[in-house]
Design a protein around this ligand. Sequence first.
Ligand code: SF4
Length: 363
Amino acid sequence: MMTGKWPEYRQFPPQSARRGLPRLTAPRAKPHVVAMVAGTDRKSGKPPLKIKLCSPRGFCAGVVRAIDSVERALDRYGPPVYVRHEIVHNRYVVESLRAKGAIFVDELDEVPDTQAPVIFSAHGVPKSVPVDAQRRNLLALDATCPLVTKVHREAEIHHRRGREVLLIGHRGHPEVIGTMGQLPDGAVRLIETLADADTFAPKDAGKLAYVTQTTLSLDDTAEIVAALKRRFPAMVGPHKEDICYATTNRQEAVKRVAPQVDAMIVVGSPNSSNSQRLKEVAERAGCARVALIDRASDIDWRMFGAIASLGLTAGASAPELLVEQIIDAFAERYGVTVETVSAAEEDVFFPLPRLLRENAAAQ
Ligand code: SF4
């Protein structure tokens, strides 16, 4: 999906752009970054700053699908559209969709009896949620990322084959709640840390399998899996890693940039798991000053006094617009040049839920 038509700093054209509609996920016309590369002002007296822009960064295919699901549902059914949980973990995205008519709820029982659609967030839901929605005749639209659904199916298959399922992940994260909720209560054991891996007592060491949250640190997870495998060599794992392509690529790009810069900014909300992991990865890769911020107005300028280089990335739920605004904010104080550091090309695309596709009526 990446073509020469798109400015190089755009990750890929979102599906809404292909429809020609003005969307949260649509690219903006203003080529901020390119203009600033050419616009370093030597006469201004501003100190020079090289910004190393990680690529890929920002929206992944699952996030684009989830946001477009809400926007398409608003178009098709009109407001309000109910969304169970934040559709993706980003404050700007949630506020923008709320302004367009989305109503965010924590649980289905907050949704009145209504003809309006109810959308499940990209993080996935326990099995009980669609069952409840069906019992109440709600129009449920599932925006769960297909890569999360893949993990759900793996857990189910292991369980059917009589294996005890370990889930490596963070307690309380909606994706973890959703994955644990695919199996009966108590069937999934949560492993959060190396200490958990070292002390876990299985029912039968010969019948163990593991799955993981999709947005974990690659390195932490590899350590936990290695510790479990040392203790339980017969443990079965995923054919292809559960940590998704977007998490992997964004962490790889940060690993390249972080050791080369004086400070680093990760654009993302504090409740975004993959953004938090990017901050940790940058710190471990040797960057002394790393900030996770939601938007340009959150920049603590005291942290960025005498720097000559800045790494910049964005979590998978953070819009590119916020990255551009941060570059703009630095350009007001520094003579900025921008260099993109690329770790991977991405062209992943997930179609919308069936009921929201253009030709849904004909299907
Ligand atoms: Fe899907 Fe990965 Fe994006 Fe999560 S971060 S929505 S698992 S592609």
